[in-house]
Design a protein around this ligand. Structure first.
Ligand SMILES: NC(=O)c1ccc[n+]([C@@H]2O[C@H](COP(=O)([O-])OP(=O)(O)OC[C@H]3O[C@@H](n4cnc5c(N)ncnc54)[C@H](O)[C@@H]3O)[C@@H](O)[C@H]2O)c1
Length: 249
């Protein structure tokens, strides 16, 4: 059996109440880790055993980090957005995206990073970004800009914390069939958009969780400062308007 080096490690997961965060919490637990989840939704927190806290508030982040015995791995899943075209977006929408995607990641990485440095035993951080930070998409402007900032934050953290044996990476998902996405998209719309994805479907939350656990594990011991794209090939593709026929060679 492959050793992931996660047995008895304490993993702090922000946004553990559903979707990718919940799938990650389950996979880390299966790998033998002690999982401490955080969620700002009281019902989801109660259903999953997560601590209720809003990670966009610095004092709440610092309280949770101070209350836990130790932290070996940070996983940050929080980061949903307010959509809108750049021409229509209000200042408030722009700020909301940067608060929810980027500012809270600064709070978490600072509180957990300081703690890991004090512990003196290294660690790993994995932030969930998005392909929206790598390529343009209508109405994803502020969200994508903030996710691109998150990937930049990951690179800088990786360089600054490498001397303390703390690795920092991100996973950039494409479309994922999380409860939130399923609630806002019809089955027809999901089927239609799946046609543009080379693998022909959206990801399941567990497939993104697998990438998160890999980057947090000792199997990724020489990987830091990177973004692992898990998008079914979507960003590897460009629309070929002229050229060879669609027929397979
Ligand atoms: N689902 C997708 O298609 C997709 C695609 C690309 C990237 N992502 C990224 O993946 C991440 C998770 O997406 P998801 O679809 O699983 O989201 P989700 O909304 O299903 O789950 C997010 C969880 O975080 C919690 N949360 C939200 N704000 C919080 C806060 N301020 N403090 C603490 N907890 C909070 C929510 O209650 C929820 O349980 C996000 O960063 C998103 O940008 C998702």
């Amino acid at each position: 059996m492959v050793d992931l080096g996660l047995t008895d490690k304490t993993v702090l997961i922000a946004g553990a109440g559903q979707g990718i965060g919940l799938a990650s919490a389950r996979l880390f637990a299966e790998a033998g880790a002690v999982v401490v989840g955080i969620d700002n939704d009281a019902d989801r927190a109660a259903a999953t055993g997560a601590v209720v806290a809003d990670v966009t508030k610095r004092d709440e982040v610092e309280r949770v980090v101070a209350e836990i015995d130790r932290v070996d791995v940070l996983v940050d899943i929080v980061g949903m957005a307010r959509w809108g075209s750049i021409l229509d977006l209000s200042d408030d929408d722009w700020d909301a995206n940067f608060d929810l995607v980027l500012r809270h990641a600064f709070y978490l990485s600072q509180a957990v990073g300081r703690r890991m440095v004090r512990q003196g035993e290294g660690g790993a951080m994995v932030f969930v970004s998005s392909v929206s930070g790598l390529a343009g998409a209508p109405r994803h402007g502020a969200y994508g800009a903030a996710k691109a900032g998150l990937m930049s934050l990951v690179r800088t953290l990786a360089v600054e914390l490498a001397g303390d044996a703390i690795r920092v990476n991100s996973v950039a998902p494409g479309a994922v069939r999380t409860p939130r996405v399923l609630a806002m998209s019809s089955a027809e719309r999901l089927a239609e958009s799946a046609k543009s994805i080379p693998l022909g479907r959206q990801a399941e939350p567990e497939e993104i969780a697998a990438a998160v656990v890999f980057l947090a594990s000792s199997q990724a011991s020489y990987i830091t400062g990177q973004t692992l794209v898990a998008d079914g090939g979507a960003t590897a593709k460009f629309p070929l308007s002229v050229g060879p026929s669609e027929a397979r060679p």
